[in-house]
Design a protein around this ligand. Structure first.
Ligand code: SIN
Length: 314
């Protein structure tokens, strides 16, 4: 059978980064190299069937915006609807990759694979990791039966709901926490450990219709943290600025300093949507009958924020 097309959408990140010196792995500028140029550095990709490219954005992912997400979701939906497109790869910075992955999965639940990939070393490094990650991501996008939004980095396939950046420097900076990875890419072959993210037939097409309008009216949802000496002033200040949603990264099992809790309960009574996550890197907030603020149902603070924005938009 003739291999179907793969689309690679460029959004920037370190994978597209340039440094003045090849030995400089941190003093670079992200989002400089175009997606076409990234591809040209990987001759093996040309042998793997047709690969189309589109530069959707060119940003350091620390500067990711909802407007870029809306544009990206619209382009992903567009390509998902093409019968000759088997899967989509998105090049992205590692810093907010987990948020973009979760956003796309929550919004589109695609029945084809949408694979985010990245790098921890710039394209100009002595040994850049981007080319192998991109090659691995294309192998995942070409895999028969793959679906949903996943991230591929350092040979590991992570689901959108679980992936989290847990290291500042290592070439393998992501973890899927307690859930573990979906699988591994080894010499272009997939070794799968568990199932792909959920796919929902027709969701991407339905969402595509509403995507264009999303960026115009993004509700303001902020993340705050519980810590020693936390108080309620930050909540009051945000309420005064018209915040519509608050995610609190609680300590341990989502516990809150009593002053912060009082301010959050007041905000909740005033109509602000409040969600309680945990600042712990692993585990989830376990609900108890005494809870007065709903928990994030296993989502990390950044993903709970995305989820709350989508809820408020709906
Ligand atoms: C970014 O997130 O765009 C920069 C950092 C990285 O990609 O590792």
């Amino acid at each position: 059978m003739h291999p179907q097309n793969i689309v690679i959408l460029g959004t920037g990140g370190t994978i597209a980064g340039r440094a003045a010196s090849a030995s400089d792995n941190i003093g670079y500028t992200a989002a400089q190299v175009g997606v076409e140029e990234l591809l040209a550095a990987i001759p093996a990709l040309a042998q793997a069937g047709t690969v189309l490219t589109e530069q959707v954005a060119q940003v350091d992912s620390k500067d990711m915006t909802f407007a870029v997400w809306a544009k990206l979701a619209a382009r992903v939906s567009h390509y998902l609807a093409q019968p000759d497109i088997q899967g989509i790869v998105i090049t992205h910075g590692t810093d907010t990759l987990e948020e973009t992955a979760f956003f796309l999965q929550a919004l589109l639940a695609p029945a084809k694979p949408v694979v985010l990939t990245c790098a921890m070393r710039p394209a100009t490094a002595l040994v850049p990791d981007g080319p192998q990650n991109l090659l691995d991501a294309v192998a995942v996008a070409r895999h028969a039966g793959a679906h949903g939004v996943v991230a591929v980095c350092a040979g590991v396939i992570h689901g959108a709901a679980d992936v989290q950046k847990v290291h500042t420097y290592k070439l393998d900076p992501f973890s899927s926490g307690d859930a573990g990875p979906i699988g591994y890419v080894e010499e272009g072959q997939l070794r799968l450990l568990r199932s792909w993210p959920q796919a929902e037939a027709g969701r991407a097409q339905a969402a595509a219709k509403s995507i264009a309008g999303l960026a115009g009216a993004v509700p303001r949802v902020e993340i705050i943290m519980n810590h020693a000496g936390a108080g309620g002033a930050i909540v009051q200040a945000l309420q005064a600025r018209g915040v519509q949603g608050l995610v609190v990264a609680g300590t341990g099992n989502g516990s809150l300093h009593h002053e912060l809790q009082a301010a959050l309960l007041k905000a909740q009574a005033d109509g602000v949507k409040v969600i309680r996550a945990s600042r712990c890197a692993a585990g989830r907030v376990l609900p108890t009958p005494a809870d007065t603020i709903p928990d994030s149902e296993g989502l990390s603070p950044v993903k709970a924020r995305v989820s709350l924005i989508l809820q408020l938009l709906a």
